[in-house]
Design a protein around this ligand. Structure first.
Ligand code: FAD
Length: 368
């Protein structure tokens, strides 16, 4: 089986992995970087609201110009029926940070990986890393038909935590949530992100480039089993006040997926010449809308940590990185709990689990 050597291997080519590869190429241009991505970024993927604050990160990564060229939908307003049934509209004009974007995620992920390639990272699409074994001074990564020996590894496989055991890391699932998502063609909009709390959970919809639209219902997996069936999903949709009217009779469903979306963290955040980034490090509830920005930011920081590890400062890099990761989680937990508690106006299982006086496992973990 062919075996290649590299300084850095980045596993996963989502925003976290691409940001890490881009940063490594800029920070350590003499080092070899191989990015291994299981897919090809050619399928619909949820996770489309990108806050305005991402602009600075994209500039830092040298990806701002290709991002602008994609002409994603500018997010003009957030419309929500959350604390009560009245629709509230917040226009981005009144936001200090300005307008964010509603992305075609496959195109966004592709553009970042292409930018990493242009910056000199060797990008291998369709390359699934099956296992990682620590040997002497390197990590041996097993692919289906090849092996890679890497000096340091950035682990950025999103919510696929199959490599946790290889790195000796423990996954902590703080809450369960599932997103029952459908994509539509011929469903134009005006650059609005729409969110609506419902007895069974909450719904969101955003119009995407090319008159496409995503619509998702988020609820606990034990409560949402029926939503896998189109009839139940469309029946629940019909009961929404703000979301259902966004789909005219012309709209045509193009894809349906179910994704896990609860809060999870990995412990430790980094180890012997490996660093976790993005969702693999800390997967946030989509209500927080912070997943992509966190992925970009942690990808950048993970690259610096991995680089320090190869330069012989592993201990310091690990402890500093773990401290930053802990702080991010500690800030997130109370903000998310307050957000849910504000909408807990039904006596249903979903909202009973998120009421104002409920001590969630995530809150306990953040305090501990
Ligand atoms: C329903 C839903 C809605 C969301 N909405 C938003 C939103 O509006 N705004 C927002 O900011 N965030 C949102 N998020 C979160 C956001 O999508 C994620 O936080 C973000 O994609 C994380 O980026 P990542 O690079 O860490 O992981 P991913 O984007 O998941 O990328 C990981 C990559 O690793 C690859 N991979 C996996 N295993 C392997 C392997 N063994 N070998 C090689 N490659 C592998 C995968 O193919 C994938 O491309 C949402 C999430 C969900 C589930």
């Amino acid at each position: 089986m062919p075996c290649e050597q590299t300084d850095f291997a980045v596993i996963g080519g989502g925003p976290a992995g691409a940001a890490a590869a881009l940063t490594l190429r800029r920070h350590a241009p003499r080092r070899r970087v191989i990015l291994l991505e299981a897919g090809r970024h050619d399928r619909p993927k949820p996770g489309e609201a990108l806050p305005a604050v991402a602009q600075g990160l994209l500039r830092q990564l040298g990806a701002w110009t290709p991002f602008v060229a994609e002409a994603f939908v500018e997010s003009r307003a957030l419309v929500s029926a959350w604390a009560d049934e009245t629709a509230e509209q917040r226009h981005s004009l009144f936001s200090a940070q300005g307008a964010g974007w509603q992305l075609d995620r496959a195109r966004f992920d592709r553009l970042l990986v292409q930018a990493a390639n242009v910056a000199g990272a060797e990008v291998r699409l369709g390359s699934v890393v099956c296992s990682a074994i620590r040997e002497d001074q390197a990590w041996r990564l097993a692919l289906a038909d090849a092996e890679i020996l890497a000096g340091a590894v950035i682990w950025a496989t999103g919510r696929s935590w199959g490599l946790a055991r290889s790195f000796g890391a423990r996954l902590r699932l703080h809450s369960h949530l599932a997103a029952y998502t459908r994509f539509f063609d011929r469903a134009p909009g005006e650059g609005q992100m729409v969110i609506e709390a419902r007895p069974e959970g909450w719904w969101y919809s955003a119009d995407l480039p090319g008159q496409r639209r995503v619509v998702a219902c988020l609820t606990d997996p034990d409560l949402g089993v029926e939503l896998r069936e189109p009839t139940s999903w469309y029946r629940a949709l019909a009961a929404t006040q703000l979301i259902a009217p966004l789909l005219s009779s012309d709209a045509r469903e193009t894809a349906a997926l179910v994704k896990s979306a609860g809060t999870a963290t990995i412990d430790p955040a980094a180890g012997e010449h490996w660093v976790a980034a993005g969702d693999s490090l800390f997967a946030a509830d989509p209500l927080s809308s912070r997943g992509i920005v966190h992925a970009l930011r942690s990808g950048i920081l993970a690259a610096y940590a991995a680089s320090d590890m190869l330069d012989g400062h592993g201990e310091l890099a690990r402890s500093r990185y773990a401290m930053i990761a802990r702080q991010g989680f500690a800030d997130y937990v109370p903000a998310l709990a307050a957000h849910y508690a504000a909408a807990a106006r039904w006596d249903t299982a979903f909202w009973q689990r998120r009421g104002p006086h409920v001590q969630t496992p995530a809150a306990a973990a953040a305090q501990g």
